[in-house]
Structure formats: structure tokens, C-alpha cells
Design a protein. Structure first.
Length: 53
């Protein structure tokens, strides 16, 4: 089989691409949640006022 190694590499790259595509969508959601928590904590910090030591 002449195209054996190239077909194997193509299948491997396709699987890695699909895995990366799914992981970045999940990571994108987590990053948005972290940004939301950061904004909420910043708003709470400004509303309650900074306490000096």
C-alpha cells in the first residue's frame, strides 16, 4: 500500500484537529466564566469601598 503512512498521518491530524476544536470551545466557555467572575468581584470591590490597612 503506497499511501499507508500518509493516510495514517492524515487520520491522526484529523483526530487531533477535532480534539483541539472541542477543547477550545470548552476552554472558551471557562474563560468567559472567569472573566465574568473577575468583573463581578471588581464591581463588588468598588461598591463596598477599599479598606485601607
Amino acid at each position: 500500500m503506497r499511501f499507508g503512512p500518509f493516510l495514517g498521518i492524515a487520520i491522526l491530524l484529523l483526530i487531533l484537529w477535532l480534539g483541539g476544536f472541542l477543547m477550545f470551545h470548552i476552554a472558551g466557555g471557562l474563560i468567559h466564566l472567569l472573566l465574568l467572575f473577575a468583573v463581578i468581584s471588581l464591581i463588588i470591590h468598588f461598591v463596598t469601598g477599599a479598606k485601607t490597612a
